[in-house]
Design a protein around this ligand. Structure first.
Ligand SMILES: NC(=O)c1ccc[n+]([C@@H]2O[C@H](COP(=O)([O-])OP(=O)(O)OC[C@H]3O[C@@H](n4cnc5c(N)ncnc54)[C@H](OP(=O)(O)O)[C@@H]3O)[C@@H](O)[C@H]2O)c1
Length: 305
């Protein structure tokens, strides 16, 4: 969805208010849209802040549980956000995502990523069929080999799915630093469109080799665990936001953490997870306004050192 500049500025103010931030970023008037990055080798651009669904979208069919998640999705859509990451192993998250997308008639407006975590062959095929059914989708934008499970055979099959037009991009994921070497080897030896990896102000290992390698090889990067599953907020609890956060249009710790990530040039999008509209509005604000330069990135990291 593309919205005009005026609507966006209204929305930015609304997001700031929803997030309780009081004001929109100081120079939001110079920003017509959230920051986007191209998928390398294509002209397709993705907004740098998307959303994950692990735990947060694993809810029952109770309307009371789903309503706030519908609002979380609506906020993503209203800002032209699009990347949604889910997985068949996230309990009911795929089905909840699929139902909410259908209710919002929004399948065509999102970049939908899911994963394969079954052994290659019949188990993987059956898992993919279930994902399509749960997501109410006939096509997936990005299918990823989850945590490198049976990755060689699964990657071969993902290539076939891509050739058949059933998925648009293929990728690999992991969430731990000790898997980065394995990811690096695959990026060097295979053609993958996306790598999804853990990277945050407190987990910088990906910066050493993997992120520059992805940049060099033209591989898109999704960043998972941007808040270390919420741990980062507990670390800064009771600490005031540094005053200089305003210099990069950050009104919250969440925005500082996310801007640290998305200002890395190799990163295509971060996928923070939240169950709360207020936090979604906060996270989406990280795609607006000024981004930290290398010196400011180090200053953010030093706060958590
Ligand atoms: N191997 C893999 O492929 C892999 C592994 C891990 C994760 N992932 C993907 O990455 C996504 C994100 O990682 P994650 O789920 O580990 O967690 P995360 O995004 O690092 O952190 C989520 C936690 O942060 C809280 N939160 C979010 N925004 C906030 C804000 N603005 N202010 C305060 N608290 C906030 C959420 O609580 P509230 O609900 O209260 O907002 C939640 O507890 C996952 O959902 C999944 O899609 C993939």
């Amino acid at each position: 969805m593309s919205i005009d500049r005026r609507s966006f500025l209204g929305l930015a103010a609304g997001l700031a208010a929803t997030a309780g931030l009081g004001t929109m970023p100081a120079n939001a008037a110079t920003v017509a849209r959230p920051l986007r990055r191209n998928i390398p080798g294509t002209t397709e651009a993705l907004p740098v802040v998307g959303m994950g669904t692990a735990d947060t979208f694993n809810v029952s069919t109770e309307a009371a549980e789903r309503k706030p998640l519908g609002e979380v999705l609506a906020l993503l859509l209203q800002t032209g956000g699009s990347v949604i990451d889910t997985a068949p192993s996230y309990g009911s998250a795929e089905a909840v995502t699929g139902d909410l997308l259908r209710a919002a008639n929004a399948r065509d407006r999102v970049f939908l990523a899911t994963k394969i975590s079954a052994k290659a062959g019949a188990p993987a095929q059956s898992q993919f069929a279930h994902s399509l059914a749960d997501l109410h989708a006939d096509k997936i934008d990005l299918l990823q080999v989850h945590n490198l499970i049976d990755w060689q055979a699964n990657l071969r099959w993902l290539r076939e799915l891509k050739e058949q037009g059933r998925i648009r991009y293929l990728g690999i994921t992991h969430y731990r630093d000790d898997a980065h070497e394995a990811l690096e080897k695959i990026v060097r030896s295979e053609r993958v469109d996306f790598v999804q990896v853990n990277y945050s102000v407190a987990e910088r290992n990906a910066e050493r080799v993997l992120l520059p390698l992805c940049e060099q090889r033209g591989v898109a990067v999704l960043v998972n665990r941007p808040f270390q599953d919420g741990r980062l907020f507990r670390v800064v609890k009771d600490r005031p936001l540094p005053q200089w956060a305003g210099d990069i249009d950050c009104g919250s710790w969440g925005q500082l953490f996310l801007k640290f990530i998305v200002s890395h040039p190799a990163v295509t999008a971060a996928i923070p997870a939240t169950s709360k509209p207020r936090n979604m509005a906060d996270n989406l604000g990280a795609a607006l306004g000024r981004m930290p330069d290398p010196g400011q990135r180090e200053r953010i990291a030093a706060l958590l050192a």
